[in-house]
Design a protein around this ligand. Sequence first.
Ligand code: ADP
Length: 401
Amino acid sequence: MNILVLNSGSSSIKFQLRETAREQVLCKGLIERIGEPKGAISITASNGRKVERNHPLSNHAEALEKLIQLLVSPELGVLKSLADIGAVGHRVVHGGEDYSGSILINDAAIKRIDELSELAPLHNPPNLKGIQACKNLMPSVPQVGVFDTAFHQTMDPVAYMYPLPRELYEKHKIRRYGFHGTSHRYVHGRARALAGLENKPCRIITAHLGNGCSAAAIRDGKVVDTTMGFTPLEGLVMGTRPGDIDASLPFYLLDRGMPEKEIITLLQKKSGLLGTSGGVSNDMRVLLRESASKPLAKLAVDVFCYRLKKYIGSYIAALGGLDVLVFTGGIGENATPVRAKTCEGLDALGIELDPKRNEEGVRKEALISKDSSRIKVFCVPTDEELVIAQETRHIVENLKN
Ligand code: ADP
């Protein structure tokens, strides 16, 4: 079955067309600057062909209509007709407490995802725009929603409740949800297989380190705790977000006359690696390169690793021990100095990185710990699109039975 996997953002859509029987990527690409004067669609097919279009795309519906025209065009040579698309799988950011798994999208689900926009105002609305556009363009093609929050729904209240007045949870559903669930789920499964722990009891920490960063503590396939919270602002240091900070800081700044909007921008776009490095960069590659000559670039990397190390320690405590630690995401898969610095000094806890394996284990599945390390450490490249395609196929095939 050919499945179109969509990750619809506010002005961009990432997509992959996957063939599920052989788990192949037929083509993938990006639609950018939707709603702006200069829109763009770029597609790279596994047959080696590339197609680029640069013209305005007024909204998600027009962008997806143009994409589908290109997917069936002889120029790309990927699909013969629209009928070759068996299903569409959508990344949906917030499923609240309603969804602990993926779902077939129907009118009731659309309504619920819309209501959940309250919890994810920046993410669920564009996800829904992608869903609506596909519904109009391909009314008979089943659509599936795969939620970022779903994998974390196994958390116990002891991990997801904030120690705040009870009515905040009851009235406003304020609690820890966690995000990046599809990635944590995938790399956890791969690491479990690599460690020979499938169907065996195991305790795993997954560290997804990209522009956004989060870690999860997982026991026997069930998330016990995760670092992102009510929103993706909490937890680890990220490219431009601070992760954990004292909750009173925004009020302190408000009292000193900083406008609310500026505080929000400060926390979403100006903090994290970018802020700590004094503006050098939010890009880990640049910070690692500049670390030798710019003390603040080094400080940003050090703070990033130190805070991740603290979470690893606390999750070992939460899990009562650890069998496997996994690094993934752009930083986790590539930045060997970050992995080394994070694991430095954790020998007493049973984590011993192997310097040579660490240097070589880049952008591929690799064991990067020493044979003597009690805890196995792996690099596992994430593949959220694969999970979305698999979930979509599973749900659609069950429909037929
Ligand atoms: P997103 O969360 O947007 O999907 P990615 O998972 O692609 O982001 O991760 C982006 C991060 O990965 C950036 O901080 C970037 O600097 C970092 N990164 C990518 N390649 C490397 C590399 N070779 N060395 C160090 N960091 C890298």
